[in-house]
Write a protein that binds this ligand. Structure first.
Ligand code: ATP
Length: 239
């Protein structure tokens, strides 16, 4: 299953115009300065924003096409999405948040709970399975959001800064869980401000500035030959 998109979205001062092609089992990292359009890209792929031009396809499935006026609603896209504002159900426990998607798909309660617990354990959250989401720390909530995205048996992953609130050791652990999920056969788009995430996890790096692609390639190649001051700064941040 390949995620293939060319998205054009007019948003205030920035017009996002970006193309991507991510094969199953591969990760495309997206980096860029604040306001460059990274979240807009993820929200558009997820179906939360309408295209003003272009298309979003997943395998043979057309999720959006501006010319045809087609727009599949977010809940019908079967994507695992982590947005910047995690949007967990605050009154539900971590486990109930993660089990929510499988339950909605008709998985029986005990099986959904067991799957949620397995994911929470992998992500180091077993002690917090029963904690209400609104009582979790930022880094704990972020991991619950990752678990929830993976639990939904998605056809692709869209992750907007999913590691931002994590300490270094936890970050490595969560990256490993994401890597395994991707390698099982999902295309993934990962927005990050940390080049180490791209170097560690991504096959390709797309750099956006002002809504446009300024550089694209294997993460190490992009870092080795910066084509903008932003990329130069990012490359210098990793020894
Ligand atoms: N809800 C919104 N309504 C209108 N414009 C928005 C909205 N959210 C973001 N924008 C604008 O869209 C542009 C791109 O924002 P976006 O959030 O996609 O950037 P980003 O690259 O994800 O930034 P950051 O690194 O800060 O998360 C910015 O000019 C921003 O002001």
């Amino acid at each position: 299953m390949t995620l293939d998109a060319h998205v054009r979205v007019d948003r205030g001062p920035v017009v996002l115009d970006a193309a991507l092609h991510v094969r199953a089992g591969r990760v495309l990292a997206v980096m860029g300065p604040n306001g460059s359009g990274k979240s807009t890209l993820v929200e558009t792929l997820a179906g939360l924003l309408a295209l003003t031009g272009g298309h979003v396809r997943l395998g043979d499935d057309v999720l959006a096409d501006a010319a045809e006026g087609r727009h599949v609603p977010p809940r019908d896209r079967q994507l695992g999405v982590v947005l910047q504002d995690g949007l967990l159900f605050g009154h539900l426990s971590a486990r109930e948040n993660v089990a929510f998607g499988p339950r909605a798909r008709g998985v029986r309660a005990a099986a959904a709970r067991a799957a949620a617990d397995a994911l929470l354990t992998e992500l180091g959250l077993a002690p917090h399975a029963r904690t209400r989401a609104d009582r979790l720390s930022g880094g704990q909530a972020q991991r619950v959001a990752v678990a929830r995205a993976l639990a939904a048996r998605p056809r692709a992953l869209l992750l907007d800064e999913p590691f931002g609130a994590l300490d270094a050791a936890t970050r490595v652990r969560v990256r490993d869980v994401v890597r395994r999920a991707v390698r099982s056969g999902l295309p993934a788009v990962l927005v990050t401000h940390d080049l180490r995430d791209a170097l560690d996890l991504a096959d390709e790096l797309l750099v956006l500035e002002d809504g446009r692609e300024v550089q694209r390639g294997a993460p190490a190649d992009v870092a080795a030959a910066p084509r903008s001051a932003y990329v130069e700064r990012v490359a210098a941040s990793v020894p």
